[in-house]
Design a protein around this ligand. Sequence first.
Ligand code: GLA
Length: 685
Amino acid sequence: MTPTWPLPTIAFGGDYNPEQWDRSVWREDVALMQRAGVTLVTVGVFSWARLEPEPGRFELDWLREVLDLLHAGGIAVDLATPTASPPPWLGALHPETLPVTSDGVRLTWGSRNQFSPSSPVYRERALAVTRAVAQAFADHPAVVMWHVGNELGQVDHSDVAAHAFRRWLTERYGSVEALNEAWATAVWSQGYRSWEEVQPPRTAPYHRNPAQALDFRRFTSDELRALYREQKAVIREHDAQRPVTTNLMGFFALADYASWADDLDVVADDAYPDPADPRALTDAALTQDLVRSLRGGQPWLLMESATSGVGWRAHDLTKSPARSRLESLQAVAHGADAVCFFQWRQARSGPERFHSAMLPTAGPDTAVHAGVRRLGADLARLAPVVGTRSSAQVALLWDWPSWWAARGEAVPTDRLDPLDTLRAWHRPLWDARVAVDVVAPTGDLTGYRAVLAPALHLIDDEVAAHLRAYVAAGGTLVLGPFTGVVDASTHLHQGRTPALLGDVLGAGVQEHVPLPDGGIPARWDGSTFGPGEVLVHDFVGHAEALSPETEVLLALGPAQDLPGLEHLGGAAVVTRRGAAWLVAGVLPEGDLAAVLHRALADAGVTPPLLGAPAGVEVTRRGDALFVLNHTRAEVHLDIADLARALDLDPASALLTDLLTARQFTTTDTAVALAPQDVLVSMETR
Ligand code: GLA
């Protein structure tokens, strides 16, 4: 049986850490949660030392009391396995459970997360406490879901990890000979005689083997996933029903979440957009699209976010309640069925005492808490969207191994982070209100009018065949710079790149060229784009057309305009062969937008509400249209546009804003939307 999401409303709540407070506070917490409309809290994330004060001696009664209180108050519980922060006794008794950095420093207790994912002793103790909790509370009526660990993201280079890494490599390669081949150990005399000589990529005199580094990334992701899986399996021995998840961290560098998705009954994510970053909420939308796409569009849970500051940024800008509300509703617009915060009550002690919360230190009579109550009421009105999905005409491809390979040591430039490139390509789509899914390169591409692969550095035969078939079936494909350069073992594909797709593009790159500051000039062809000049910056591939059908739409300036790089004169930067596009360099924002908008328009992609002002985000989820005003000004929305975006007849549509219950028809004047306000319109029923 597939566990299903248990709540009929958008869940609202946060992490609750009652072990940090006296019993007397617990009742007040439940009463205040009720008043704020809280429906779900995550309990027990950091409770290991309280639950198992000495090895094998469990004290669970206090937690039962907490669950009873919450249940009596009508608040559901997402119960955590407390395995993220082992008690000091574990490290003291078993120092080999403590992780070691690549420099050989063993990390210690006194903070949190001090465990090696590969340590058999840690894993055994983690399963023991998981078993105790699952056994005791699987039947508790407050528990509606399970939360394994917390932000699984540890990495270890110890001997314990080395042992596990060798086992993982044995499974992958079978023999030391095959490993030597895959890691190309002929380079720099690295050939291994036996598995015992193989290590994690520890600090070394000079650059480390890129294939070894990439495999260690894969291994680390798999080890973290194994922790999740084995704790989930223990939970399943006691509870066959309720969904199990763990809180992800969006584009997190240490785990390939695409490979984890099958193990999550529901995807949960933690998000802390930086108020100091003017594009933070555009990027947040991208992360939400990734998170939603991990399980094919299934609604997901915003497991943690902040009502205001976070305490861990050097200069920690706070946010207004209006901004917090906007961020929360944005998550719902992008498919979230829960909005939760870290944490319910602001900590009094410890490193997170300056982190905002739903209930600030100054009490319930505060602006932040008033905002929390308002949000609780808003979310209660959004019950009609629970469980609904969205659809996109465009897929952005994202691949963790490509990220890892392109970010390795000794690559041509450190200015081409695949995540930055992905974000740069997504921004013009967000600006144009183009809905996107974020899909793995081997994912299902049927139904997308266009597939954009901004940073697919690593392409193997399988991915190449998949993309080739997609184009052959009529799809539009746009590839970005430094694409298709390496194989799954980081070896360079021979010939021009992207080697395995050169025939599809009718173009190829013969040299990867980091650019001097200030960039170099390129010219539009003057028919499809331009005329005009573009400054390509940071990086360009020395590309050329390889087929008569290939159009060169942007080419580098003539040789005399490229001092020191004269050999690039006239090189192609943007090419197109039918529906297959190559963007071989880093373009200024507006020029990249022009290319992508054109490719999407030619592919027949039709975004909603083209007439709305810039900074107004529009997403459709099920039968609801979310309009989010990210600007500092009131905007006016044409009701006929709203109706059209919902596939309704603009002449007769009658719409309701779920948040205000306000109704409007197309005979009304335009709807005004205040700065940072949100409209959720649906056909009146
Ligand atoms: C993460 C963690 C929480 C807390 C917050 C603070 O989301 O999971 O335990 O530390 O960060 O922002």
